[in-house]
Design a protein around this ligand. Structure first.
Ligand code: A3P
Length: 314
């Protein structure tokens, strides 16, 4: 109710005023909450979701750390999960809208009234996305049958991709400064290692609940992973669909070159930036062009330390 919503807003305002903070880009700060660095809209969004969001058993939540391939995963899952309603043809919504508009971040698109189950336009969505750390997800996401697809990426490539993205947002921070902050865990939803590790551990315990994917795996075997995604969310690609070329059609529609060259992604704008900022190179290993040997070693060491004994490598 309105009174409760007012209280949440007040609570978040107070919280932001006392949490440790670090300059992120421009005049924007990140705030450290329960071990993670969160944005000034993201934190109130997550807290609002915790008290308002009722996950349904049929929901699918795409979770990533930023710059891990979120845009690609959103496109693939939108095309896959909605293929009956939107066949892959020249009228497909992905040709007109950016993937972030079709699968919005739940913590950034919440206002309490939008989360009301009676609001059909929000609730009829089955696909949601989030950068939320595991420990800050609404309780109902974990207790319901809602499925989670988690995507992460080589940490060095994430770091390089992130700096370029922040430049588009207008940061004047040098790469060296950015790198240093990133190593200390300061990035949106960071430390990236802790974010990935929590989901990794949970996915090992509950493989039917969380599908844990890597960007590099998607790049290497996109068809295999698309079928895996279909199986995971319970909408198998039928032999007929396979024969008719559905897998290649979806992969083609969602490919980096195809999406990047669409007018909406060249000239359109999202909440904070032009859509083109989401499509840079789309390659594996671009870090080699930006990190010195010492930098690469420093990140590798942190990664090895954080993941030691857990069987995760990024
Ligand atoms: P680079 O900066 O290395 O090119 P996110 O979507 O999580 O913000 O991640 C952005 C990264 O994914 C960028 O990486 C971007 O180029 C890449 N990307 C975007 N769309 C893609 C696609 N369709 N296929 C592969 N990579 C894609």
């Amino acid at each position: 109710n309105a009174e409760q919503d007012g209280q949440i807003q007040e609570y978040c305002k107070n919280l932001l005023s006392i949490l440790p903070k670090e300059r992120w880009y421009g005049s924007a700060y990140l705030y450290k909450y329960k071990g993670f660095w969160l944005g000034p809209n993201q934190l109130p969004g997550l807290i609002t979701l915790q008290s308002h969001f009722q996950a349904q058993d049929t929901d699918i939540l795409l979770i990533t750390t930023p710059k891990s391939g979120t845009t690609w995963l959103k496109a693939l899952m939108f095309a896959l999960a909605n293929r009956k309603e939107y066949p892959i043809n020249q009228n497909h919504p992905l040709l007109q809208q950016n993937p972030h508009a079709l699968v919005p971040f739940m913590e950034l698109s919440v206002s309490p009234e939008k989360l009301n189950p009676a609001d059909h336009s929000y609730r009829c969505r089955q696909l949601f996305s989030s950068h939320s750390p595991l420990r800050l997800l609404p309780e109902s996401v974990l207790s319901s049958g809602c499925k989670i697809v988690y995507l992460c990426r080589n940490i060095k490539d994430v770091c390089v991709s992130y700096w370029h993205f922040n430049k588009k947002l207008g940061t004047e921070t040098s790469f060296e400064e950015f790198f240093d902050m990133f190593c200390k865990g300061v990035s949106l939803s960071g430390p990236v290692w802790d974010h990935a590790l929590d989901y990794w551990k949970e996915s090992l315990e509950k493989p039917e609940k969380i599908l844990f994917l890597k960007y590099e795996g998607l790049k290497e075997k996109p068809g295999f992973h698309l079928k895996l995604l279909a199986e995971f969310i319970g909408c198998l690609i039928s032999p007929d669909e396979e024969r008719s070329g559905l897998v290649d059609e979806i992969l083609g529609l969602c490919s980096f070159d195809n999406l990047r060259n669409l007018d909406v992604n060249k000239y359109g704008r999202g909440r904070t930036t032009g859509n083109e900022a989401y499509f840079r190179k789309g390659e594996v290993g671009d870090w080699k062009n930006y990190l010195t040997e010492e930098m690469a070693e420093r990140l590798d060491q942190i990664t090895a330390q954080k993941f030691h004994g857990y069987g995760l490598n990024l």
